[in-house]
Design a protein around this ligand. Structure first.
Ligand code: PEP
Length: 272
C-alpha cells in the first residue's frame, strides 16, 4: 500500500462503504515480538489474500514499531490500522503515539478503548472519549471497542454497560466516521466466543444507542470480536447481526485470517 492509496482509502473506509460490505480487522496486539516478525506476517497475509476478494474491507493493526515496515509490504486492498493512539496531537508527552504520527505512517483507523487497554492500562471512559476526538481531528476512523465483563453479564447489566460506554464516547460531539466493535470481555482470547444470539442482542443495543445519539448518521459498521475463528465466524454475519469482525489471536495465522476474510466476502457461507 502506498501513501497515496492510504490517503484515498482513509476517506473511502467509512463514507463510501458499499452497502453490505463487511469489514475484517486483524488486531496483532503484541503477538509479533519484533518488526521483522511483523514483516513476515504481513507478507504471509498479503500472499494469502492476493487478491483481496470484493465485498470485504481488510485492515491489519500491527504494533506501532512495525507500522512503517509493514506499510510498504501490504498488498492492494489491505489497509493499515493502529491498536491505540494518544489523545493530544503534539507536545511534552513522553512515549505518546499521536494521531498525526499514525496518519503519517498510512494508518486509516485506530482501535479505541480495547478492553485490554481499559483493564491493563487503566483507560477510563473519559480517556476513550478523548481518543475518539483525536481520531476525528486527524481523519482516522475510530473503532470503538465496547463490551461487558462476565460479572456484568451475570448481573444482567450487559445492556446498561454497553449503553454507558457508547454514550460516554459519542455524546456531545458531532457525528464522525466510526465503527463499533462489540467485544464481550469474557470472550476475548478465551476460546469461548459469544453465541450469534448474544452477538445480535449486544449489537441491537449498540445500534439503538448510536441512533439515539446521532439520529442523522447512516448506520455505523458494527463488528463482533471475541475468539472469532474460521469455524464460528459465519454465525456472526447472519441477517441483522455483525458487519464484520475484529479478530485477535487468529489474525496472527495468515491462512486462517484470509479464510475469515473470504467467508466474509462470500456473504457468510462457511464453505467458500
Ligand atoms: C481482540 O483482542 O480484539 C480479540 C477479539 O481477541 P481474540 O480474537 O483473540 O479473542
Amino acid at each position: 500500500m502506498t501513501s497515496s492509496s492510504a490517503e484515498y482509502t482513509r476517506a473511502e473506509l467509512w463514507s463510501a462503504r458499499p452497502a453490505g460490505e463487511r469489514m475484517i480487522i486483524g488486531n496483532w496486539k503484541a503477538g509479533c515480538r519484533t518488526a521483522s516478525e511483523s514483516v513476515d506476517l504481513s507478507r504471509s497475509v498479503t500472499a494469502a489474500l492476493s487478491p483481496v476478494p470484493a465485498g470485504v474491507r481488510v485492515v491489519v493493526c500491527p504494533a506501532f514499531t512495525a507500522l512503517g515496515a509493514v506499510r510498504t509490504l501490504l498488498g492492494d486492498g489491505i489497509l493499515l490500522g493502529a491498536q491505540d493512539l494518544f489523545w493530544e496531537d503534539q507536545g511534552a508527552y513522553t512515549g505518546a503515539i499521536t494521531g498525526p504520527m499514525l496518519t503519517d505512517l498510512g494508518c486509516v483507523c485506530a482501535l479505541v478503548g480495547h478492553s485490554e487497554r481499559r483493564r491493563l492500562f487503566g483507560e477510563t471512559d473519559d480517556v476513550v472519549a478523548r481518543k475518539l476526538r483525536a481520531c476525528w481531528r486527524h481523519g482516522l476512523m475510530p473503532v470503538l471497542c465496547v463490551g461487558e465483563s462476565l460479572a456484568q453479564r451475570e448481573a444482567g447489566a450487559t445492556a446498561s454497560v454497553l449503553q454507558a460506554q457508547v454514550r460516554s464516547g459519542l455524546s456531545g460531539c458531532a457525528p464522525g466516521p466510526l465503527a463499533i466493535a462489540y467485544e464481550p470481555i469474557w470472550a476475548i482470547g478465551t476460546g469461548r466466543a459469544a453465541t450469534p444470539r448474544d452477538c445480535a442482542d449486544g449489537l441491537a443495543v449498540i445500534r439503538a444507542c448510536v441512533a439515539e445519539i446521532w439520529p442523522s448518521l447512516s448506520p455505523v459498521p458494527c463488528l463482533y470480536g471475541g475468539s472469532v475463528t474460521t469455524e464460528n465466524c459465519a454465525g456472526f454475519w447472519g441477517a441483522g447481526t455483525a458487519d464484520g469482525a475484529l479478530v485477535g489471536g487468529v489474525s496472527l495465522k495468515a491462512g486462517e485470517f484470509a479464510t475469515i476474510c473470504r467467508i466474509a466476502a462470500d456473504g457468510g457461507r462457511a464453505d467458500s
